[in-house]
Design a binder for this molecule. Structure first.
Ligand SMILES: Cc1cc2nc3c(=O)[nH]c(=O)nc-3n(C[C@H](O)[C@H](O)[C@H](O)COP(=O)(O)O)c2cc1C
Length: 197
């Protein structure tokens, strides 16, 4: 939640285990865009998500990484979910992380309630960019979150970062819009909370 300084917390979840993962990098750039607008950030990317066990409602006690991720989302004002498009939808790695948000079921703000969620997709074709964006937004709706109006899709077969890991102005601009919408919603929620709503 917004801290004493008034800085909202934006938590990023996503990426892949690929050595040069486009989605890991896009998530990082998206969080940097939020930081530039005054956010505090935390992230859980491919390598961390890969140590999560497959979520089972009646499974073992959550692992330390799972607890850390869930605690971060519990405290978050906004969330970014970044995924590669796998066969037209989000990857199993990212879906399993999203499934872990079931641990927020009994919270005062259950699941993603009251949080704006920005979605970033990288896929090797435009069709999967679109279908994956819709599939992630559907999961966010199921979790009571508020998908931002603007989503970021990157065709990784056509749009590449430079040697410094920077994307062109089209992608950078899109990430900036996404970050601005997350911050705008977080500001609205903070004002409403302050007014007792
Ligand atoms: C198992 C698998 C399934 C994929 N399915 C699709 C697909 O249906 N459509 C598509 O455009 N790209 C597909 N891709 C390509 C990835 O979406 C693309 O390479 C993406 O940029 C990978 O992200 P990453 O670099 O973060 O790992 C697939 C890749 C894998 C490994």
């Amino acid at each position: 939640m917004t801290d004493a300084t008034g800085a909202p917390l934006v938590v990023g979840i996503g990426g892949s285990t690929g050595a040069a993962s486009t989605t890991n990098l896009l998530l990082r750039r998206g969080l940097e865009a939020a930081e530039a607008l005054g956010a505090r950030t935390a992230s859980f990317t491919g390598a961390q998500l890969a140590v999560l066990p497959i979520f089972a409602a009646d499974g073992d006690a959550p692992t330390p990484t799972a607890l850390e991720m869930v605690a971060a989302v519990r405290a978050a004002d906004a969330v970014i979910i970044a995924t590669p498009g796998y066969h037209g939808g989000m990857s199993g790695l990212v879906k399993n992380a999203v499934d872990h948000l079931e641990l927020l079921r009994d919270d005062e703000r259950p699941y993603l309630d009251g949080r704006a969620v920005g979605v970033i997709v990288a896929a090797a074709g435009w069709q999967s960019c679109g279908t994956t964006l819709v599939s992630v937004r559907s999961a966010v709706h199921a979790l009571r979150g508020w998908p931002t109006p603007f989503g970021v899709t990157v065709n990784s077969a056509e749009q590449h970062p430079d040697a410094d890991g920077r994307f062109d102005e089209r992608v950078t601009g899109a990430l900036g819009i996404l970050a601005a919408q997350l911050m705008q919603f977080a500001g609205w929620r903070a004002a409403a909370r302050a007014a007792g709503r």
